[in-house]
Design a protein. Structure first.
Length: 115
């Protein structure tokens, strides 16, 4: 059974940076998608960035040019480098891996952007 664990959230000032990490373990198909979603106060969970095992990436318009998604060589860890953070980036960030058509979610990590 697949499992996903996020880390790296915290409090950062506007304009600052954070890097989130997500480790997937268990049965993960070689063809998979790993990604980051976020849910701010009173909002639904939205896509932030995706990375396919084939090397493609996709970003929400609101984070393009500021956030970068990447994977390690084993392709079981995905990172989200977040630069130029804004207060509106405040949210719980969730990692998900899509393997064999099934979404496996982590429990989330809180990112707070505030002065």
């Amino acid at each position: 059974q697949a499992r996903v664990v996020e880390s790296g959230g915290g409090l950062v000032q506007p304009g600052g940076s954070l890097r989130l990490s997500c480790v997937a373990s268990g049965f993960i198909s070689s063809s998979n998608v790993m990604g980051w979603y976020r849910q701010g106060p009173g909002n639904k969970r939205d896509l932030v960035a995706l990375s396919t095992s084939g090397g493609s990436t996709n970003y929400a318009d609101s984070v393009k040019g500021r956030f970068t998604i990447s994977r390690d060589s084993a392709k079981t860890t995905v990172y989200l480098q977040m630069n130029s953070l804004k207060p509106e980036d405040t949210a719980v960030y969730y990692c998900a891996v899509v393997t064999n058509g099934v979404y496996v979610w982590g429990k989330g990590t809180l990112v707070t952007v505030s002065s």
